[in-house]
Design a protein around this ligand. Structure first.
Ligand SMILES: Cc1ncc(COP(=O)(O)O)c(C=O)c1O
Length: 422
């Protein structure tokens, strides 16, 4: 975009946003402490307008630029942008069963924690994998390591982890199990962008990792996602799977079309595939948001540390246990109500909601308890006592890097007022 125009545009957008003070005006009507606040502003809007005004809205240079910046930030071999975190999960699973370069046997078993965002599960099922659920530890909200160990059989070929709420899984023990049983590791990092285990960013422990750029996530593209790939070959397959199975977005010289003289290389299909491409508008948002990711992460961490320290002094509430080797990147502030507490999870969340603090359950809770479970036999295999505890006693409240200290003070006061009754 012409620089002169961009600066005029900046002035106009600043006026429209009233110097960004309008950004979060709409949301807090009901909640002064909502789940999330808009983290984008003039920079992202200018990028979006730039794409629209130059008629470059379909996937092109900005997507490539964002992918390069993301893989550098993540320290992965490559990164492939998609239209949502759910699509990122789906491509990761399709990578395992990819017809052009399969990594597992047909119908291979994949282990997935029973408390997660459900599209992680649908992704595996839709990719033709056989899902086996593993229980979740209510102390960490992550995979129960003993249950995991006992779930692995000779049928198991992959493990799809989730670092729930941003708390990293124990990658030492999981890595050792994966090595011992020759399991492929996939990571759902949609809630954990920037978290580390033993100094290494989560998402770098296996074949690849999924990220979500939904509105409330660590960075936002409004909607959007990314697959961080551990190898260039994997990224190439992901690009085929992302867009139609055609060779347009990969190096065409790798695909010998000499025996297909009737095929126009612009429409040459070498694999199966979907269309889960992002737009340039989303990628433009991503480029600007990624520049702010570290600052957002620090602020999220500071608020979470304050909140967790406060909750740790209470009798009836606790926050997740974090390993000394982990540095979480909290997506939200999860809380577990002690099972002997003189109040229920519903009572505290109803109170918080009535005070203007937005709450949610810890995503699915035990996903096997949802109506959808009736549709699939995978859900009806056994009980999951750890997940049940999270289902009945867990909830979370929001965590925005834009939240003020005054609001955090008020939040802690609100918890105190409730707890003083008991
Ligand atoms: C763990 C996890 N996986 C996947 C997703 C799906 O991401 P999206 O909403 O971008 O499709 C989410 C969304 O919140 C999530 O929390």
């Amino acid at each position: 975009m012409n620089i002169g125009n961009a600066s005029k545009l900046r002035g106009i957008i600043d006026i429209l946003l009233e110097n960004e003070s309008r950004i979060n005006e709409a949301k807090p009507i009901r909640y002064w402490y909502p789940l999330s606040l808009a983290t984008y502003g003039t920079d992202e809007i200018i990028e979006a307008l730039d794409s629209m005004c130059s008629f470059r809205t379909s996937m092109a240079e900005k997507t490539l630029q964002f992918e390069r910046q993301f893989s550098k930030w993540q320290d992965s071999a490559d990164a492939v942008m998609v239209n949502s975190g759910s699509s990122a999960d789906l491509l990761l699973c399709l990578l395992l069963t990819n017809p052009l370069a399969p990594m597992v046997n047909p119908g291979a078993e994949i282990i997935i924690p029973v408390v997660t965002w459900p599209t992680q599960i649908w992704a595996a099922m839709m990719a033709g994998l056989k899902v086996k659920f593993v229980d979740v530890d209510p102390d960490t909200l992550n995979v129960d390591l003993d249950d995991l160990e006992s779930c692995i059989t000779s049928e198991t070929e992959a493990l799809f982890l989730v670092h729930l709420m941003g708390n990293p899984c124990d990658m030492d023990r999981i890595g050792a199990l994966a090595k011992q049983h020759k399991l492929h590791i996939l990571e759902d990092c949609c809630e954990a962008m920037g978290a580390t285990w033993d100094g290494k960013k989560v998402g770098n422990f296996g074949v690849g990792a999924a990220y979500s750029f939904f509105f409330s996530h660590h960075i936002t593209c409004m909607e959007g996602g990314m697959v961080a790939a551990a190898s260039l070959e994997g990224a190439e397959q992901l690009r085929l799977l992302r867009a139609h199975g055609w060779i347009r977005n990969v190096d065409p010289s790798r695909y010998d079309l000499s025996s297909h003289p009737d095929i126009d290389p612009r429409y040459a299909f070498v694999n199966w595939g979907l269309n889960v491409r992002p737009t340039e508008v989303q990628a433009g948002f991503g480029i600007r948001q990624l520049e702010k990711a570290d600052a957002f992460g620090l602020r999220r961490r500071a608020i979470a540390e304050r909140f967790n320290a406060h909750i740790s002094k209470t009798t009836w509430l606790r926050t997740p246990v974090v390993s000394p080797k982990a540095v979480p990147s909290w997506l939200a502030l999860p809380v577990m109500v002690h099972q002997d507490a003189p109040f229920t999870r519903s009572e505290i969340t109803a109170y918080l909601e009535s005070c203007g603090v937005e709450t949610r359950p810890v995503v699915t809770g035990n996903v096997a308890r949802h109506p959808v479970a009736k549709l699939f036999p995978e859900f009806r295999t056994r009980s999951f006592p750890g997940a049940d505890k999270i289902h009945s006693h867990g909830f979370y409240i929001g965590l925005s890097p834009l939240q003020t200290d005054a609001n955090v003070d008020r939040l802690l006061e609100t918890f105190n007022t409730f707890l003083e009754r008991y």
